[in-house]
Design a protein around this ligand. Structure first.
Ligand SMILES: *Cc1c(COP(=O)(O)O)cnc(C)c1O
Length: 373
C-alpha cells in the first residue's frame, strides 16, 4: 500500500457526532505512550477523575471514563444496574432510548416503556403514571439529549419522579455534558454516563461515568454476577481507584491524554461560558434557518442548542443536499434516523464546532444547495 493511501480530510463536523476536535487535544494525544501502571499515568488517572467530578457537578467517588464509546457507558450502566427478571422503566423518545430498552432486554430485564413522540421530551407525568401502576419497578432510565431528534428532556424532574417511587436512575448525558447543564448531585441522579465525542471537543472512544453510593450499594448487593466481565464496575474500581491499582485491562493511554486535555480546556474556558456559547450560537443558527424559510422539528422550549434538527422541505432531495454540503463545502451534517430518515437533517453545533464562522458557512451552504438550478 502506498504510504500516502490515507490522509484524513479536514472536515467541518456538523453532524450528530463526532464533532471537531480541539487542536490541543490532538496534540496531547500524540505524546509518548507510557505504561498504564506507571506512577505518572496513575497521576493522570487521578486528575481525570477529579476533572470529571467537576464537570458532572458531583462528589461521587466512583467517577471515571469507560474504555469505549458512549454506547459502552450505556451498556456498563445497564449491565450493572439490571438483574435478570427486573422490571425497568425505560423512557423512549428516540433511537437512543430505544437502544437502552434493547440493552435492558439483553441483560435479562423487562423494559416497561414510557414513550413520547419522536421530537418531544419525555412527559414526567407519563413516567409517574407508569411507576404508580407498576410498584415493582425499581430502576428508571432516560436520555437527557436525544440526539436522534434534537429534543431535551427535563431529567431533573424525571429523577424527582423516579425517587418518589424509590427507584434508582440511569441518565444518558452523552450529548449534553459540556453543552448544557448536567448537575449530578443537585439533581439527585444515581448513574450517569456520557461520551467524549459530542460537546467535549475530543475524539470518540471514551465514556465518562459516575455512580453515587446508592447505585454502588445496589451493585454490591446483587444476587447475580454482572454478565459482562469487561463492564463489571466492581472489578474496575480497583483499576481506577484504591491505594493499590491492579491490572484490569490496558487503558487507552493516548486517548486519555486527549480527554485530560479536553477537560482542562473546559476548565480554562469555564463550563458556564461553554453552555452560554452553545446557547447563543444555536439561537443565531435557528434565526438563520428561519430566514431561509426552514422549520425545525423540536419546539423552542425543548430544543437542544448542540443539535438542531431541520425539517427537509417538500420537494427537496435530503441526501443530495447533504452530499453537496460535504463535497462542495466540506461540511458533514447528519441524516434522520429510524422513523425520521429522509425527513430531517441533524445539524450539530457541539464543542469546538460551535462557532459563528461554521454557522454562517453552514447557512450559506444550505441555501445554495437547496436552490434549484
Ligand atoms: C452518540 C450517543 C450515544 C452513543 O455514543 P457512541 O459514542 O456513538 O457509542 C448514546 N447516547 C446518545 C444520546 C448519543 O447521542
Amino acid at each position: 500500500m502506498n504510504p500516502d493511501s490515507f490522509r484524513p480530510p479536514n472536515r467541518i463536523l456538523m453532524g450528530p457526532g463526532p464533532s471537531n476536535v480541539h487542536p490541543r487535544v490532538l496534540q496531547a494525544m500524540a505524546g509518548p505512550t507510557i505504561g498504564h501502571l506507571d506512577p505518572a499515568f496513575i497521576g493522570l488517572m487521578d486528575e481525570i477523575k477529579s476533572l470529571l467530578r467537576q464537570i458532572f457537578f458531583t462528589k461521587n467517588e466512583v467517577t471515571f471514563p469507560v474504555s469505549g464509546p458512549g454506547s459502552a457507558g450505556m451498556e456498563m450502566a445497564v449491565a450493572n444496574m439490571v438483574e435478570p427478571g427486573m422490571k425497568v422503566a425505560v423512557c423512549v423518545n428516540g433511537a437512543f432510548g430505544g437502544r437502552i430498552r434493547e440493552m435492558v432486554e439483553r441483560h435479562g430485564g423487562t423494559p416497561i416503556v414510557v414513550e413520547a413522540q419522536w421530537g418531544k421530551p419525555i412527559d414526567p407525568d407519563a413516567l409517574d403514571r407508569t411507576l404508580s401502576a407498576n410498584r415493582d419497578i425499581k430502576l428508571v432510565a432516560f436520555v437527557h439529549a436525544e440526539t436522534s431528534t434534537g429534543a431535551r428532556s427535563d431529567i431533573e424532574q424525571l429523577s424527582g419522579v423516579a425517587h418518589k417511587y424509590d427507584c434508582l436512575t440511569i441518565a444518558d448525558t452523552v450529548t449534553s455534558l459540556g453543552g448544557i447543564p448536567v448537575k449530578v448531585d443537585d439533581w439527585n441522579m444515581d448513574v450517569v454516563y456520557s461520551g467524549t465525542q459530542k460537546c467535549l471537543s475530543c475524539p470518540p472512544g471514551l465514556s465518562p461515568i459516575t455512580l453515587n453510593e446508592r447505585a454502588v450499594d445496589f451493585i454490591k448487593g446483587r444476587r447475580t454476577k454482572v454478565q459482562s466481565w469487561f463492564l463489571d464496575i466492581g472489578l474496575l474500581v480497583s483499576y481506577w481507584g484504591g491505594a493499590k491499582r491492579t491490572y484490569h485491562h490496558t487503558a487507552p493511554i493516548n486517548a486519555l491524554y486527549g480527554l485530560h486535555e479536553a477537560l482542562l480546556l473546559v476548565q480554562e474556558g469555564g463550563l458556564e461560558n461553554a453552555w452560554a456559547r452553545h446557547k447563543k450560537n444555536a439561537e443565531t443558527f435557528r434565526a438563520g434557518l428561519a430566514k431561509l424559510g426552514l422549520k425545525t422539528l423540536v419546539s423552542e422550549d425543548a430544543s437542544l442548542p448542540e443539535l438542531v434538527t431541520v425539517v427537509v422541505p417538500d420537494g427537496v432531495d435530503e441526501a443530495a443536499v447533504r452530499n453537496r454540503l460535504l463535497e462542495k463545502y466540506n461540511i458533514e451534517i447528519g441524516a434522520g434516523l429510524g422513523q425520521l430518515a429522509g425527513k430531517i437533517w441533524r445539524i450539530g453545533l457541539m464543542g469546538y464546532t460551535s462557532n459563528e464562522k461554521n454557522i454562517k458557512l453552514c447557512l450559506t451552504a444550505l441555501e445554495e444547495s437547496m436552490r434549484k438550478d
